[in-house]
Write a protein that binds this ligand. Structure first.
Ligand SMILES: NC(=O)c1ccc[n+]([C@@H]2O[C@H](COP(=O)([O-])OP(=O)(O)OC[C@H]3O[C@@H](n4cnc5c(N)ncnc54)[C@H](OP(=O)(O)O)[C@@H]3O)[C@@H](O)[C@H]2O)c1
Length: 262
């Protein structure tokens, strides 16, 4: 344990699976006390037991459906009841819906926007004022390489991640000199439950480029601790993201469609 975050409390959303579990493990190894949020209480409790045993840090489990505005609004009071202030917020919970937009299930799309966009913005709004008042804080927003170009069959998901990227970079600039920074992490394909949930079958692009969840989470936490505005996970993903910035959007979208079909 490096102990860089001793005395800090980190709230990690989506800590029941994938990147969220790795963010939690890495932050605990840095000495942070944890608050774990997601819907699956049993998975959170299991992770909490593992982390307490390995690192001896405090871990609170707060099951919540982040698609529910009232459940989000109740989080600060639940934390206050546990005597905790959030110094570090990892807005990681999210999911994608794969397939053509016209044929998609509206309720699922609306829930995705609620979790990936509204909840992420709401939680940031709930916990940022405290961090600013204490002049100490870090926020990690999980975007995606899908944020860099329109992505057919992930049209709404990619647009929601473009929102996250734009929001995060602007907010970090607003907070310059405040003692609080916002880092936006853009992972490419990562081995988690994401594709199972989104309904995208594996293809050559997915198999060739997939990174481990732990490697991606480490890249995010390193950038967060360094106070960087943003980071794309992995050299290949960074090169792809940079190249799409130079291409006209329709061309970038056509290329993304091809990679999804491969
Ligand atoms: N894996 C990839 O290829 C990839 C690439 C780029 C970006 N990302 C982003 O990385 C983030 C983490 O995803 P992952 O890859 O780790 O996928 P994952 O294994 O499916 O994990 C998603 C997490 O989000 C939580 N979540 C979903 N809906 C929720 C809700 N309504 N309320 C509370 N929690 C909710 C899930 O918990 P419960 O089900 O227990 O609620 C789960 O812990 C997401 O924002 C995703 O968009 C992933």
């Amino acid at each position: 344990m490096s102990g860089k975050l001793a005395g800090w409390t980190a709230l990690v959303t989506g800590a029941s699976s994938g990147l969220g579990t790795d963010f939690a493990r890495i932050l605990a190894a840095e000495g942070a006390a944890l608050v774990l949020v997601a819907r699956r209480a049993e998975a959170l409790t299991q992770l909490a037991e593992e982390i307490r045993a390995r690192h001896g840090t405090g871990v609170e489990v707060l099951p919540a459906d982040l698609a529910d505005p009232a459940a989000r609004a109740a989080l600060p009071a639940r934390l206050a009841a546990a005597g905790l202030d959030v110094d570090l917020l990892v807005n990681n919970a999210g999911f994608g819906v794969f397939g053509n937009f016209a044929g998609s299930d509206w309720n699922r799309v609306a829930q995705m926007l609620e979790v990936d966009v509204v909840a992420l913005t709401h939680l940031t709004h709930l916990f940022l004022p405290g961090m600013r008042a204490r002049r100490r804080g870090r926020v990690l927003l999980v975007a995606s390489t899908a944020a860099f170009q329109p992505t057919p069959n992930y049209a709404v998901y990619a647009a929601s991640k473009a929102y996250v990227l734009s929001f995060g970079v602007a907010l970090n600039e607003e907070l310059r000199g405040s003692g609080v920074s916002v880092t936006t992490l853009s992972p490419g394909v990562t081995r988690t439950e994401f594709h199972l949930v989104s309904g995208q079958r594996s293809n050559r692009f997915v198999e060739r480029t997939a990174m481990s969840s732990e490697a991606v989470a480490r890249i995010g936490i390193r950038a967060l601790l360094a106070g960087r505005a943003g980071v794309v996970a992995g050299v290949g993903n960074a090169a792809l993201a940079a190249s799409t910035r130079l291409a006209p959007r329709p061309l970038a979208a056509a290329l993304a469609a091809r990679l999804m079909r491969e």
